[in-house]
Design a protein around this ligand. Structure first.
Ligand code: ALA
Length: 584
């Protein structure tokens, strides 16, 4: 069964159950300014999940194009994609758990002919605010799923939404197919990520509204929101090892095959995924840039180029692959064909721009290579300041008969993470020895500055060091050139605007994993479970930090940058002060 047949079957099935078909909305969400892209089929339905009547009724079905970048590092494995299609059926205050789960079961068994002996499901284990979902477990049992294939999991696995800072959400029940691969260990279970269990469908019982300050309030109506990944389900139905073998990727993979000089499964998958996603973003007329959606796009394109070079692709390959994507998707999503010229032109331009940056990196590499084998430190410098992935450095070194200290690179990477994590706390504590109000104000100003730099210059600005005295703040960050006067002014203006707005500053305690999920700034180590504080400046900035901070940005006065300089390759330093309003 190919993806087209799967979609047709799904929609027909739910139409028979009284659902009206709705069309895919754009990737750029219309209702939620707090997220960049539509991440699920429920997204365009938020107002209706909150109680507004939908013109097509209370039962809806459709397929939605989605984009998620949270799992970007997993792309290259058999199942993770940035762009994907999601089938879904929705009950807007109509049917509830019983029908929802029964129909899932019926569709999987009778329409998709999946062996129900291979089906595993997860249900919500409960927490302090929301009880264990015994009801769903009971329904699964009544359908013949035995207890040992029903897994109870907590908030991290069996809770869905909201996609933005606030919105509808609830516990869910997820469906997995056992691929028959052997267990990865004694704790192997659905959701462990080893690839034994393929997640194909999720049914969310949306009965809560999460508020900006983290409270869960009951919704006016109880909704069902389900999502079935088209790529994954097509793969499972055909017994494929990965989504890249499906009809959705086949022509794209063939094109890559034609253009490559070397084989590398992971690189080929990343290129296919990222350029498919890029084509769909560009089809909504978003060009690459250094902010927001354009920046996500830029990262996807550049990552694809880096991997393309790794397997010997020649300049111009990006738009060639995108052309194949357009041909594959033009019938289902006419916008890709309608905007073909824009898509291909922008991709060519971005490829040229990026190759220039890489060239300067290559010059540095050549210098380093003259000195012999590449140390971990040098490999890290190339990674950090010139965007060279480790694999590329290794590859280039190999061509010259040189070795790279890979272990040293990882050590350096780790050290660096630790330094930037602890650096913030320690250096600040140093400056804070006086615990003066002036220092505390400058600390909050540092958070505003960091976020303003991200918004004005580029999204991936990270703190390389920070030092605060009662007189001034000093902030080091990854940036490899002088800021123009205009950029300095923009940063100052943005910080001052946020001060004027009088934004509340507050902190929440959460696990590192949760902090990561909400996109808090800071360095994430693999040690999940540790509690951290995340400081929020309203919805402008969120950073893992030990504090302290002022209560409201209006306390800060006027922010002014007094100096900038380079302190190391690719590291820029800014010094800034706060003027009391009477100083002006
Ligand atoms: N909105 C739910 C999901 O994306 C169905 O998994």
């Amino acid at each position: 069964m190919d993806s087209k047949e799967l979609k047709k079957k799904y929609i027909e099935f739910f139409k028979k159950k009284g659902h009206a078909e709705i069309k895919s909305s754009p990737l750029v969400p219309e209702n939620d300014p707090t997220v960049l892209f539509t991440t699920a089929g429920m997204h365009p339905l938020v107002p209706f999940l909150l109680g507004q009547p939908h013109p097509s009724g209370k039962r809806l079905v459709g397929v939605q194009k989605c984009l998620r970048t949270g799992d970007i590092d997993d792309v290259g494995d058999p199942t993770h994609n940035t762009f994907f299609e999601m089938l879904g059926n929705w009950s807007l205050g109509d049917y509830w758990k019983e029908d929802a789960i029964k129909w899932c079961y019926e569709f999987l068994k009778d329409e998709l002919k999946i062996d129900m002996n291979k089906l595993h499901v997860t249900v919500f284990a409960g927490n302090e605010t929301v009880p264990k979902d015994e009801e769903s477990a009971k329904i699964w049992k009544s359908l013949g799923i035995p207890e040992d294939r029903i897994h109870y999991m907590g908030m991290e696995d069996n809770w869905w939404g909201p996609p933005g800072e606030e919105g509808p959400c609830g516990p869910d029940t997820e469906m997995f197919v056992d691929t028959g691969k052997s267990k990865c260990g004694p704790n192997c279970k659905p959701g462990c990520g080893c690839g034994k269990y393929f997640e194909i469908w999720n049914a969310v019982f949306m009965e809560y509204f999460k508020t900006k300050d983290g409270k869960f309030e009951p919704l006016k109506q109880k909704n069902v929101d389900t999502g079935m990944g088209v790529e994954r389900t097509t793969a499972i139905l055909n017994g494929y090892k990965s989504v890249y073998e499906t009809d959705l990727f086949k022509p794209i993979m063939e094109k890559i095959n034609e253009l490559k000089e070397k084989s590398d499964e992971k690189a080929e998958r990343i290129i296919a995924d990222h350029l498919r996603a890029s084509t769909f973003i560009l089809a909504e007329k978003i060009p690459p840039s250094n902010v927001e959606r354009g920046y996500v796009l830029r990262r996807l394109i550049r990552r694809a180029i880096r991997y393309g070079r790794l397997i010997g692709m020649k300049e111009g390959f990006v738009s060639k692959i995108a052309k194949t994507v357009i041909e594959r998707y033009k019938e289902e999503y006419p916008e890709v064909k309608q905007n073909e010229e824009f898509i291909l032109e922008e991709l060519d331009k971005e490829e040229k721009r990026f190759l220039k940056t890489l060239e300067s990196g290559l010059k540095v590499f050549n210098k380093i290579a003259k000195e012999g084998n590449i140390s971990g430190e040098k490999a890290f410098l190339l990674f950090q300041s010139y965007g060279f992935p480790l694999e590329m450095t290794v590859e280039l070194a190999k061509e010259r008969g040189l070795k790279v200290d890979v272990e040293g690179f990882h050590k350096e990477y780790k050290k660096h993470q630790e330094i930037s994590r602890k650096g913030a706390e320690k250096e600040f504590k140093g400056g804070l020895a006086d615990t003066s109000y002036e220092s505390i104000k400058l600390h909050t100003a540092t958070h505003l500055l960091a976020e303003a730099l991200r918004r004005v210059l580029k999204r991936d600005i990270i703190q390389k060091g920070s030092n605060i005295t009662p007189e001034r703040l000093r902030f080091d960050f990854n940036f490899d050139r002088k800021l123009t006067d205009e950029e300095i002014k923009k940063v100052e203006d943005l910080v001052n605007e946020k001060i004027k707005e009088g934004l509340p500053v507050y902190r929440k305690e959460m696990t590192l994993e949760e902090a990561k999920k909400i996109g808090a700034q800071g360095v994430f180590e693999e040690k999940y479970g540790d509690k951290v504080y995340v400081y929020f400046i309203d919805d402008f900035s969120k950073e893992i930090c030990g504090g302290p901070h002022v209560k409201n940005t209006k306390e800060l006065g006027k922010f002014k940058i007094v100096k900038q300089k380079s302190v190391a390759a690719g590291v820029r330093r800014i010094k800034a002060i706060l003027l009391n309003n009477s100083d002006e």
